[in-house]
Design a protein around this ligand. Structure first.
Ligand code: CAO
Length: 411
């Protein structure tokens, strides 16, 4: 039996970067680690990167300190590999090990105080994106380290929370799918991992009601087509969504509670109108925001819609472009449907769902006959803590009137 050999873990290839500071050391001598467990975190000016353990074992000696600058090949620590089953301690390739780097998304400077929270920069960034206070999350990792699963579980219930405070749900069903038949396991995208817990929180925390109505958009659609012909050379396509944004802003101004947020015992009425729109991308659902939509004409809204949708599909939206919304529109009209229940995008209090417009017979008292009209279904979900049913019905009726005749938006 050969003696157990120690692995010297070095900084792997970190691209063009030199002298990158160590911002966090996640292990101490004596700690046991599994293969791929993060050992320490480096931060370049572009990204934070976790250096994972190349093998399972016990940390023997740290050779660096937090703040020290390192480059490719710098010795970081030594690792005593776990004994293998046949008693041979070391893996075949003992000697210096340069594990593949696990890149974390860029860490933005927020001045977060270190405190007792033990989490990597990538987890801190996820928490910021999901507006989760890390100090309220119980870490299940080594030494209470917070993992992505802990974030998804959400805050720990308050101490002493009894029935009525916690949800007290039975565990999620555990099924051995593979035993039942062939399956394929597909990793969830980063966007899906962020949006899923947010959607679950909003659905659970907000008492949702959805109000359905219809708008006659026959004249609007004729005007849209005419405008698109006139502006064909400009490369701007006026979509129904652009008109919906303008009409929603006009309606929100008349119904300020729909452009608000709950803040404890106060309702914050916002005097700015930033309208988000749900965009379906290969990576998942994102909501870019048209800022100050009240100050923009239809052509500018249409042009920004095109630009933000393109960026959304390319996964290139900046953080600022998905922040600050005051109301959201989710349009499935290009795909189909007659109604649905969109989930309110907290801390907003209402969201408009739009499905496919269709020609329907509408009774005309003037003509004493049914007329073919283009009817657009509208589904408004709202937070019933802030908005009551009558207010929602008035809001959507107002919106339908504006869509029927956009001149009303100027009133
Ligand atoms: N009724 C009938 N037709 C409609 C329509 C409606 N309500 N809305 C759009 N259309 C038509 C358009 O006229 C267009 O037809 P043409 O190509 O013949 O002109 C076609 O559908 C496609 O429209 P578009 O995609 O160019 O424009 P859009 O503004 O409707 O959509 C966007 C843009 C980003 C909203 C869309 O691409 C998208 O991602 N939709 C999905 C949003 C989503 O997933 N929501 C659910 C989230 S869960 O709440």
């Amino acid at each position: 039996m050969s003696p157990t050999k120690v692995i010297a873990v070095e900084v792997p290839d970190i691209g063009d970067f030199e002298s990158v500071p160590i911002i966090e050391i996640l292990v101490a001598p004596g700690d046991t680690v599994a293969v791929d467990d993060p050992l320490l975190t480096l931060e370049s000016d572009k990204a934070a990167m976790d250096v994972p353990a190349p093998a399972a074992g016990t940390v023997k000696e740290l050779r660096v300190k937090v703040g020290e600058k390192v480059s490719q090949g710098t010795a970081l620590l030594t690792l005593l590999p776990a004994e293998s089953g046949d008693g041979e301690g070391a893996p075949a390739n003992d000697g210096p090990q340069t594990p593949a780097l696990q890149e974390s998304p860029a860490r933005s400077a927020t001045g977060e105080s270190p405190g007792p929270v033990y989490a990597s920069p990538s987890i801190r960034r996820l928490a910021r994106e999901q507006d989760i206070d890390l100090s309220s999350v119980t870490g299940s990792g080594r030494k209470g380290r917070i993992t992505a699963d802990d974030l998804n579980r959400g805050p720990a219930p308050p101490q002493g929370a009894g029935p009525g405070l916690g949800l007290d749900l039975p565990p999620w069903p555990s099924v051995d799918f593979e035993a039942l038949g062939p399956v394929e396991r597909v990793p969830r995208s980063r966007i899906e991992k962020i949006s899923a817990p947010n959607l679950a929180r909003n659905w659970v925390m907000i008492p949702h009601v959805t109000h359905n109505d219809e708008a006659d958009v026959t004249d609007l659609e004729a005007w849209r087509k005419q405008l698109n012909q006139e502006h064909a050379a400009d490369g701007i396509k006026l979509t129904m969504l652009a008109f919906l944004i303008a009409a929603c802003v006009a309606t929100l101004k008349e119904h300020p509670n729909f452009n608000s947020s709950l803040d404890g015992d106060e309702l914050v009425l916002k005097r700015y109108w930033n309208v988000g729109f749900a965009a379906d991308t290969a990576g998942g659902l994102v909501v870019p925001v048209i800022k100050n939509a009240d100050r923009k004409g239809l052509l500018q809204i249409a042009s920004e819609l095109g630009e933000l949708s393109g960026k959304a599909r390319a996964g290139k939206l900046a953080h600022d472009e998905i922040k600050g919304g005051t109301f959201t529109i989710s349009s499935l009209g290009g795909i189909g449907g007659t109604s649905f229940t969109p989930i309110v995008n907290a801390p907003e209090v209402a969201i408009l769902g739009v499905t496919r417009a269709a020609i329907k017979p509408v009774w005309s008292p003037e003509e004493s006959s049914f007329q073919p009209r283009l009817i657009l279904p509208l589904s408004l979900s709202y937070d019933h803590r802030v908005i009551d049913g009558a207010a929602a019905a008035r809001f959507v009726a107002h919106l339908a009137r504006v869509l029927c005749d956009l001149r009303r938006a100027l009133l």
